[in-house]
Design a binder for this molecule. Structure first.
Ligand code: GAP
Length: 460
């Protein structure tokens, strides 16, 4: 772990953004709970996504499907039998490693492999590379033969029809959109091109551990299936428009430094079985450039597969010509937890005297903190409570009357609260409070009666 990565993980625990899951029992690898600050930050990211991509657009609707879908869904989608990673096991510790990640690390540390693109290697070539280059595990041991490792998580529920009770926790939210395609057509007035979005938990038996919330077994995805008629809309134009929307959300809505983002096109060999073209929007995470958000042209592969496996008529009938087609899709798919990690990394700032999270006010878990200067003066507490009530109606506001003001500021800086408001003896005389700006640390006197409009101006 590099220094910044370690510091962010430590701040997350210290200030209640992220806790290791089941810590009192020793924890579970790659599993994290979100604390009081983390849950609010996650919600803010999801709300912004939902507003921008669902609510603000006439061509988009949202759904919320189940985590456990009919198991045939995953046969149709190609996940059963085809959603796996090539892994090797350390023969002494039995720890598992993804072969592509081992090769990537090896190439970075050794000369002479600059031309090699791991994504282009076949599974046989990867297995050969491990043997020929005598790769060792981080514990210095040799590896077992490479084998396939299923990513889809299995579970069981009460007996389903036909005595089958094996089901899967969804590996992507997308399939709940495809399987509801007909319901959406029948119950709404959508016309092509239109999109369906969903935010929800997905599950994968990930092999690579130790990347904090970047890669976990259980995570949240925000996915869109944008349906269109390939005879009437140009897929490349749509894909480019979605690339622009994605970048705009990251840079302008979430306020992330554009220099730490880049596009990467998937090579022909790397692309998923269903995709004709895929781009990743990468972010420069503390451990290097990694995928944040993918956009794929999935053609009409999924709808056709569900037609084949279910027998349902998943066709769109043009309301003007009555022509029937199975629409194609562009799919922008992002991990909410990766966006969460990205915005923390982007905001984390170490200054001479303090650590400060320079989060955009739209993202900050708390927008304002209200402090009575002292906690033992009834009039000051009463006035401060009035200010709190005035603001908390509109903004998520933090109340703190504990300890000295310096410590209260330090706490708010570390959780990214844009403004701190202090009510003191002068307030009782003049009606003015002190407003401190998180980023500049400058303080301003503002009349209580002007506070609401001041905050609105600063925070909206
Ligand atoms: N429906 C397409 C799909 O699921 P994906 O690239 O496998 O594509 C989409 O996943 C996004 O979900 C990724 O770009 C990433 O942000 C997020 N994601 C995938 N696996 C994850 C994991 N184990 N932990 C956290 N986020 C993950």
């Amino acid at each position: 772990m590099n220094k910044k990565f370690e510091e962010i993980v430590s701040l997350c625990k210290r200030r209640g953004f992220v806790y290791p899951t089941s810590e009192i029992y020793g924890g579970i690898a790659s599993s994290y709970d979100y604390g009081p600050l983390g849950v609010q930050l996650l919600k803010n990211i999801k709300d912004l996504w939902w507003k921008e991509f669902i609510e603000k657009r006439a061509d988009m609707v949202g759904i919320d499907s189940q985590i456990i879908l009919h198991p045939k869904t995953w046969e149709a989608s190609g996940h059963v039998g085809g959603f796996d990673e090539l892994v090797v096991e350390d023969i002494v510790t039995n720890k598992r490693y993804r072969v592509d990640h081992l090769i990537e690390n090896f190439i970075e540390k050794h000369k002479g492999f600059q031309e090699l693109v791991v994504e282009d290697l076949t599974r046989e070539e990867m297995a050969k590379f491990i043997v020929e280059n005598k790769l060792k595990s981080p514990d210095g041991n040799t590896f077992s033969q490479p084998k396939k490792f299923d990513l889809l998580m299995r579970t069981s529920i009460g007996v389903l029809e036909g005595g089958k009770d094996d089901v899967y926790l969804r590996g992507e939210t997308a399939q709940g959109i495809f399987s509801n395609f007909k319901n959406i057509l029948d119950s709404t007035r959508v016309v092509l091109p239109f999109g369906v979005g969903q935010i929800g938990k997905s599950f994968r038996n990930e092999v690579t551990l130790g990347q904090f919330v970047f890669r976990t077994f259980e995570f949240e995805q925000a996915e869109i299936e944008y349906f269109f008629d390939p005879e009437k809309s140009n897929w490349e134009e749509l894909l480019n428009a979605w690339k622009e929307n994605m970048k705009n959300f990251v840079v302008n809505t979430l306020g992330v430094n554009e220099e730490n983002t880049r596009w990467r096109k998937h090579t022909d060999k790397e692309r998923s079985h269903y995709s004709k073209e895929t781009f990743d929007l990468d972010y420069k995470f503390p451990f290097g450039w990694k995928e944040l958000w993918g956009v794929a042209y999935r053609t009409n592969y999924d709808l056709n597969q569900h037609i084949k496996y279910s027998g349902a008529k998943l066709q769109y009938t043009d309301p003007y010509t009555s022509e029937k087609i199975v629409p194609h899709v562009i799919e922008p798919a992002v991990g909410v937890n990766r966006m969460f990690f990205m915005v923390l990394d982007n905001a984390y700032t170490v200054e001479e005297t303090r650590v400060v999270l320079k989060l955009s006010p739209k993202l900050a878990p708390y927008k304002i903190a209200v402090f009575p200067l002292v906690s033992n003066k009834e009039e000051i507490t009463k006035k401060a409570k009035q200010v709190f009530e005035l603001l908390s109606d509109k903004y998520n506001t933090y109340w703190d009357d504990r300890g000295n003001i310096g410590k209260r500021y330090k706490y708010q800086d570390e959780i990214g609260t844009p403004y701190c408001i202090t009510i003191d003896y002068d307030t009782l005389e003049t009606g003015e409070v002190t407003v401190r700006d998180r980023d500049t640390m400058l303080q301003k006197k503002i009349l209580i009666k002007n506070l609401d409009s001041y905050c609105k101006e600063q925070l909206m």
